[in-house]
Design a protein around this ligand. Structure first.
Ligand code: LLP
Length: 425
């Protein structure tokens, strides 16, 4: 329990887990059920503001909706002036519902469905072009809908060492973007007189980067490529460097670079070349602002370990099972008098991949107590599933004094209602 105290977000101080300086033991009784998600409005706003201030106009910050598509959270970010980066017609729809204007919407993807492209063109969003077949689709639909398409070409810089293979999206083997050769060929096929206007380039190195050097090399690579784009499209001046900054899931207070350091490194060379930067953070804005509250169902003893069985599962945080990710799990109150033990924290889903932590030393909780799984604001609810037919949980927003329900619990009947009658019995 070596979390530094802080005034926003989740922090342990004087034996209590605080949410924006209010003990969670005081907030938890207001929650009708577990598991559930709880977000700090102050932390979310503060994190987004730092991004916006780090990249002031003409640069722009587009939040990656895939990290957390809750429209209540998105609309707060929209009000701060951020844009939204989306990957499907569904995400675009949520971003529009949250209030993002067309001038602050971006759609990208390596396998866009015609409906995704149609939705983006109809909304007037910026799109990326990921491949020659993607270009054909965008061109055809832009013609059919008589809508101009403003696009960024996604180029593929060299890979970044040390990332989990599922989170690395650059380098030779990635499914994303254009190789230098494909980029050259595709550029040769584009003319400024068509329905497509190339306004710049798109890159994304990967996710959970702890080092900024790859961004610097990626920018040099992109500036060179932009010179080639400016030949047919002299107005092209936008480089979108994607998202990817890591957060301190270990909660050891590790000094990780943030948006300020990133901006300091990238803005001078970009401005020197007359280029506007766009960045699209997801995890870095959302992750620390959200947590899962889960109840202890009971303990089991296996070998040298204690299994703490809780009511949250891989359904609502698949990250440990998928990426071997670590999330700190804390009690609401410290109990220094209790025994500590090496534990696996597991859920009720019927498979062994269902764990939230493995081999972590924690103070043994008691049945019925609530635990808090930290840093679940990104890629938890957005990747949640109904596996084992467990309905998706509610989400709450803490505004410093009140809890607001921002996603209702899913009634189990709604799952069955998707299957049209009659059933043959
Ligand atoms: N832009 C592009 C083009 C992306 O592909 C992504 C994430 C982002 C921005 C946002 O990246 P972030 O700042 O959040 O790292 N489910 C995984 C993360 C997959 C991220 C995929 N792309 C996880 O739970 O770690």
């Amino acid at each position: 329990m070596n979390l530094p105290p802080s005034s926003t977000g989740f922090a342990f101080s004087k034996g209590c887990l605080l949410l924006d300086d209010t003990p969670l033991v005081e907030i938890a009784p207001q929650l009708p059920s577990t598991p559930c998600f709880i977000y700090s409005q102050a932390e979310l706003i503060q994190r987004a503001e730092v991004w916006r201030e780090s990249f002031p106009p003409p640069h722009s910050v587009y939040v990656a909706v895939k990290a957390n598509p809750n429209p209540h959270l998105l609309s707060m970010l929209c009000n701060l002036g951020l844009g939204a980066t989306t990957v499907s017609a569904g995400e675009l729809r949520f971003a529009l519902r949250a209030g993002f204007p067309p001038s602050r919407l971006f759609l990208h993807g390596n396998g866009k469905h015609p409906e995704d492209v149609r939705a983006a063109l109809e909304a007037g969003a910026l799109l990326n072009v990921d491949s020659a077949f993607d270009l054909r689709l965008i061109r055809r639909l832009a013609g059919e809908l008589s809508r101009p398409a403003r696009v960024l070409l996604r180029i593929n810089p060299s890979g970044v060492d040390g990332l989990h293979p599922y989170l690395a999206t650059s380098g030779e083997h990635t499914k994303f973007g254009l190789t230098p050769r494909e980029f050259k060929e595709l550029l040769g096929d584009l003319s400024p007189s068509g329905p497509l206007e190339v306004v710049g380039l798109h890159l994304h190195l990967g996710s959970s980067l702890t080092d900024l050097a790859p961004y610097q090399s990626a920018l040099s690579f992109a500036l060179e490529a932009l010179d080639a784009v400016r030949h047919p499209f002299p107005q092209a001046n936008l480089i979108n460097l994607g998202g990817g900054l890591a957060v301190d899931y270990q909660r050891r207070g590790a000094p990780l670079p943030g948006s300020r350091e990133l901006a300091k490194l990238l803005i001078p060379p970009a401005e020197g070349a007359g280029v506007r930067l766009m960045v699209e953070p997801g995890r870095h804005i959302f992750a620390p602002a959200g947590a899962i509250l889960t109840r202890v169902l009971g303990l089991k003893y296996r070998g040298g370990r204690v299994l703490v069985v809780v009511d949250a599962s891989m359904n609502i945080n698949p990250r440990p099972a998928l990426y071997g990710a670590h999330h700190a799990i804390l009690p609401l109150e410290a109990h220094p008098e209790r025994e500590r033990a090496v534990c696996d924290v597991v859920g009720p889903i019927c498979e062994e991949a269902d764990f939230l932590a493995r081999g972590v030393e924690i103070t043994l909780p008691r049945e019925g107590e609530i635990l808090c799984v930290l840093d679940c604001g990104a890629y938890c609810m957005s990747m949640a599933s109904r596996y084992n037919l467990r309905p998706l949980p509610p989400e709450y927003l803490w505004d410093g004094s009140d809890l607001r329900l921002i996603r209702r619990p899913e009634p189990p009947e709604e799952m069955l209602a998707l299957f049209p009658p009659p059933l043959s019995h």
